[in-house]
Design a protein around this ligand. Structure first.
Ligand code: BGC
Length: 761
């Protein structure tokens, strides 16, 4: 036993049942319950995760009351667009340091839920529509925060992909889809970074609340993935406290005002809940308290100015240049620049709800541009940010902007979503920008064809209706408190855009895969699109999109060459090294995000057209080449075998596509993998085809069927063979004159199985 384990065991032994039950409940909104009698202190858990939201003891939890100032970093949607684990890790370190300095022991995040629908109100808090990207940057964030002796809370576990009815809706998802799409980001963060805590979600999964879902919280999270930390409820996610304890939910937050404590006591006393289950949960609370102690004893200080600088760097790297007809960057020769849009002066830099931070300061783009352009810059607000009305035929604000645009050599137009459009707690009603803003773009473009649009939005918007009117589009997401300076740097070419889309921009809302299955009805949301989320859908359906997953332009260009593939390990858990040379063929330094997509054209099950297998970011000076290596692990090739209920790589050929987006494949090659053959378990109800394919039973059955000309004709002729072989053996056996003995089928199947499993073991 480690010394902590010994100490925790000794403490546990001293506690009364009442004290144990109390320890499983919060003491207020943000803190655990202390037991002073034996020296157990409180632990403070606090939102984030895009900056610290530490509220005073009397605070609320949905952002209505102010929190102490901290640095607001770009939210997850932006940060993921960097694809840069090193940078995301540094942001984590900074947030961890701020938490430590405040005495906060657990930062409540990151959120690694998938962006299933573009309308989910919390998409700005989530990384991606792809589990590998979300899991990779999520793990980097967790490692960063936790390097400071402060924990994280990986949330919202699991299948919390909408805000509509979030506290009750049942996400009805088949297991393969859960395993391949909705769980892997959690799995990757748990296995690679061991977050101190995992936060269960509010919703139900296939009818069972996440908070009392033993399969999820114990079988999968702990037994399969080896999670070692504590499971905390989302704030108010507990229903039957005793069932939750048994399922593996250790800590209920916030305080249930004694309600949960009493339920635990009653359930133990009535024998409904075992004290062993309670002890297990209490042990995890005590371990959390023990883990928190070193940082609490040595809080240190956080350098908020340096963190502001880091927030600016992260913001610069997060913005995605969607389109550029050559007007960006604005160069010295550019004449007057008309900056239009209230968002240039009043930035929307974060989303609403529990992640809302009170920033230490906020930089708007307008003053940063003014500083650089001086009298060459003119400004008009153009619209009021929360003006959601249908576009008026006349508008004084618009007229003023049009007058400036007419005189300018370039227009930089800031457009974006108002706070009321997207937030925690509700889903968006549509994917459009406010009508006034689109009307403003049209009016400006009518008088000046050099309009660069700067977008501020936490999740994708429809750009197709108006993008032809813009000569350039810079997607800046919500960029945190230092976003204004970052935008100025990018527009002016002091920085080179390097963000790449972590989510697809569909042409129109109606193209998205969750349509019709989102947000559900009568308490259920059916994940009917299955594996086909995001680019998996658009690429498999070969649908045109506005901007594909992985897309993003730069002020330089990159060439890809000399692809090599090396199988490092073969068999059931292959590893393949992908190597290529990337050259910066332009005139300025820049970052390129090299993406590797895997295809499985020979699969025995349905697979999406391609899936992201790995990626890396490379920074290159102009003219410089670099050899880049990306290692693909087994998971890049595996699928969740629905019959075997485990991950499987099938033998055969896999396609490797290397490119600059899901639709911009630059190099491709195939790799042959040994994989493993999975033989489904044979029963009397297996089809004739399955029997014939069985390594032990197959040959005998075939010989038997072929021994009689009539049955040979029935089972193997092109006319009737396919139909008959698709039938279960038992049904065939029951037909009059059947060649198969029903009474013996069970035994034959069992014998064949036994012989086969013996042979392979
Ligand atoms: C949110 C969590 C958050 C918690 C505490 C909940 O409503 O879903 O993400 O961490 O509140 O504020």
């Amino acid at each position: 036993m480690t010394s902590t384990a010994t100490e925790v065991a000794a403490l546990l032994a001293q506690l009364t049942l009442e004290e144990k039950a109390a320890l499983l409940d919060g003491s207020d909104l943000w803190r655990t319950t202390p037991v002073e009698r034996v020296g157990i202190g409180k632990v403070w858990l606090s939102d984030g995760p895009h900056g610290l939201r530490s509220q005073p003891e009397s605070g609320d939890h949905v952002g209505m009351l102010a929190a102490d100032p901290s640095v607001a970093f770009p939210p997850a949607a932006a940060l993921a667009s960097t694809w840069d684990v090193e940078l995301v890790g540094r942001v984590g370190v900074a947030i961890g340091a701020e938490a430590r300095a405040k005495g906060v022991s657990v930062v409540l995040g990151p959120g690694v839920n998938m962006k299933r629908s573009p309308l989910c109100g919390r998409n700005f808090e989530y990384f991606s529509e792809d589990p590998r990207l979300a899991g990779t940057v999520g793990a980097a964030f967790v490692r960063g925060v936790q390097s400071q002796g402060v924990g994280t809370s990986l949330k919202h576990f699991a299948a919390n992909n909408q805000e509509t009815d979030r506290m009750s809706v049942s996400a009805d998802v088949d297991e393969r889809t859960l395993r391949e799409i909705y769980l892997p980001a959690f799995e990757q963060v748990v296995t690679e970074a061991q977050p101190w805590t995992v936060m269960c979600s509010y919703n139900r999964i296939n009818g069972v609340f996440a908070s009392q879902n033993r399969w999820l919280l114990t079988d999968v999270l702990r037994d399969e993935w080896g999670f070692e930390g504590l499971v905390v409820s989302d704030w108010g996610a507990v229903y039957d406290r005793e069932k939750a304890v048994h399922a593996g939910l250790d800590l209920e937050m916030p305080s249930s005002n004694g309600f949960g404590t009493q339920r635990v006591l009653d359930a133990v006393r009535s024998g409904e809940l075992s004290e062993t289950d309670v002890d297990r949960a209490v042990t995890r609370v005590l371990e959390l308290v023990a883990r928190s102690r070193p940082a609490l004893a040595d809080p240190g200080t956080a350098d908020l100015d340096a963190h502001h600088g880091l927030a600016r760097e992260a913001a610069t790297r997060s913005a995605v240049l969607l389109k550029n007809d050559g007007i960006l960057p604005l160069d010295a020769a550019t004449g007057t620049v008309a900056v239009v849009g209230e968002l240039a002066r009043t930035p929307r830099f974060q989303g609403g709800g529990s992640s809302q931070v009170t920033p230490t300061r906020v930089d708007a783009a307008l003053p940063a541009l003014q500083e650089a352009l001086g009298s060459r810059l003119t400004f008009a607000a153009g619209y009021a940010i929360d003006d959601d009305a249908p576009a008026a035929t006349t508008s004084a604000l618009r007229d003023e902007a049009v007058a400036l645009a007419r005189e300018a050599s370039v227009v930089v137009l800031f457009l974006g979503l108002p706070d009321a459009y997207e937030s925690e707690g509700f889903d968006r009603a549509h994917m459009q920008l406010p009508p006034q803003q689109v009307a403003l773009l049209e009016a400006l473009a009518d008088v000046n064809d050099r309009v660069a649009v700067v977008l501020s939005n936490g999740s994708v918007v429809e750009v197709a209706p108006w993008r032809d009117r813009a000569a350039a589009i810079l997607e800046t997401w919500l960029l945190g408190q230092a976003g204004g300076g970052a935008i100025a740097d990018l527009l002016l070419g002091r920085a080179n855009p390097s963000g790449r889309l972590a989510e697809t921009f569909p042409l129109r809302y109606e193209d998205n895969p969750a349509l019709g299955n989102f947000p559900g009805e009568a308490g259920h949301v059916r994940y009917g699109e299955g594996l086909l989320i995001g680019y998996r859908w658009y690429d498999t359906r070969d649908l045109e999109v506005a901007y594909p997953f992985g897309h993003g332009l730069s002020y330089t260009t990159f060439a890809y060459a000399d692809l090599t593939l090396d199988v490092l390990d073969d068999g059931a858990a292959p590893r393949v090294r992908v190597a290529l040379t990337v050259t910066n063929t332009g005139e300025r330094a820049g970052h390129e995000v090299v993406q590797v997509y895997v295809t499985d054209p020979e699969a025995s099950v349905f697979r999406p057209a391609q899936e992201l297998g790995g990626f890396t970011v490379v920074e290159l000076d102009a003219g410089v080449s670099q050899r880049v290596e990306i290692e693909l692990g087994a998971r890049a090739f595996q699928f969740w075998h629905p019959e075997a209920s485990r991950w499987v790589v099938e033998p055969g050929r896999f396609g490797i596509r290397v490119g600059a987006s899901a639709r911009d494949v630059r190099l491709a090659a195939d790799v042959e993998l040994a994989g493993e053959v999975v033989v489904p378990v044979l029963t009397a109800d297996s089809t004739v085809e399955a029997w014939l394919a069985h390594p032990v039973a197959g040959a005998g059955l075939r010989a038997h069927l072929e021994s009689d000309p009539v049955t040979a004709e029935l089972f193997f002729s092109p006319e009737t063979g396919v139909m008959l072989r698709a039938m279960p053996m038992r049904r065939i056996a029951r037909f009059p004159g059947s060649p198969l003995p029903e009474a013996e089928l069970e035994t034959l199947a069992a014998q064949a199985e036994a012989a086969f499993r013996l042979g392979v073991s």
